[in-house]
Design a protein around this ligand. Structure first.
Ligand code: MG
Length: 255
């Protein structure tokens, strides 16, 4: 079911967006060579407690997970790109790390993700992150009343295709509100002018993720961590965006 939020409700969603943005910012600052993924999860956990927020991940247990997630953060390193379950791993020079974080504040959820390279970056990783970020910006710019869902998808996919990247359509963005995942699904490629008509009050997470040389994925035995099928690296960025009768509001914008 598609739910539309009133302007008052969108204002009420801002604290969650600001909080999620602050956690993503703190994680990006802390992520460095020698830092363990479990330390990043602990940092996010501490920030949740201090803010009186609620994790969307810790008890999350959809059918594909072998067990409840048990952490408050997704950390996906190198060939892992989505849903990476934090484990005892110390970041190495040149690692490409994607963090994905969602939390609820005052009963409203926000969801955001960011990719960073720690230590000395490989130029191709910097490029992949830049393309993914550009695709997110294009998707946000298409998130306007009167456009259709396919315009967002096409804006994202066009950036990837122009750079020779293949787009996986199994996982994409989603509606955000009282819970983390709602309708509609926001695919990372599609036909312009097709699909749901966008109206003020629709709040969605837009989240392009691309792999260097494939669009095929495989799952770790834990059912969570998603990796490229060919071992190539991936990048993932995400914002929670409210469609208005004017410009879209990026609720998780980092200051
Ligand atoms: Mg997310």
């Amino acid at each position: 079911m598609i739910e539309l939020r009133t302007p008052t409700q969108i204002e009420q969603m801002r604290p969650a967006g600001r909080f999620v943005a602050s956690v993503i910012g703190a994680l990006a600052e802390k992520a460095d060579v020698g830092v363990n993924l479990l330390e990043l999860d602990e940092l996010a956990h501490r920030m949740i407690k201090d803010a009186g927020a609620e994790s969307c991940y810790i008890d999350y247990h959809p059918s594909f997970g072998a067990m409840p997630f048990g952490k408050v953060l997704c950390t996906s390193v190198n060939d892992a790109v989505l849903h990476g379950l934090p484990f005892d791993y110390t970041l190495q020079d040149g690692d490409l790390l994607s963090v994905d974080f969602a939390a609820s504040v005052d009963g409203w959820v926000s969801d955001s993700a960011l990719s960073v390279v720690v230590g000395t970056p490989r130029p191709e990783d910097v490029r992949l992150i830049e393309i993914t970020q550009r695709a997110l910006d294009a998707g946000i710019n298409a998130a306007r009343s009167g456009n259709r869902l396919g315009d967002i998808s096409n804006a994202i996919g066009s950036v990837a295709r122009a750079e020779g990247l293949k787009v996986n359509l199994q996982f994409g963005g989603h509606g955000v509100g009282r819970t983390m995942h709602g309708d509609p699904h926001v695919a990372n490629d599609g036909q312009p002018g097709r699909g749901l008509k966008l109206r003020p009050g629709l709040v969605i997470a837009i989240e392009p993720w691309f792999l260097h040389t494939t669009d095929e994925i495989r799952f770790d035995p834990d059912g969570w961590t998603i990796r490229s099928a060919d071992g190539s690296r991936g990048a993932h960025v995400e914002h929670t965006v409210a469609i208005t009768d004017g410009d879209p509001i990026v609720l998780t914008a980092r200051s």
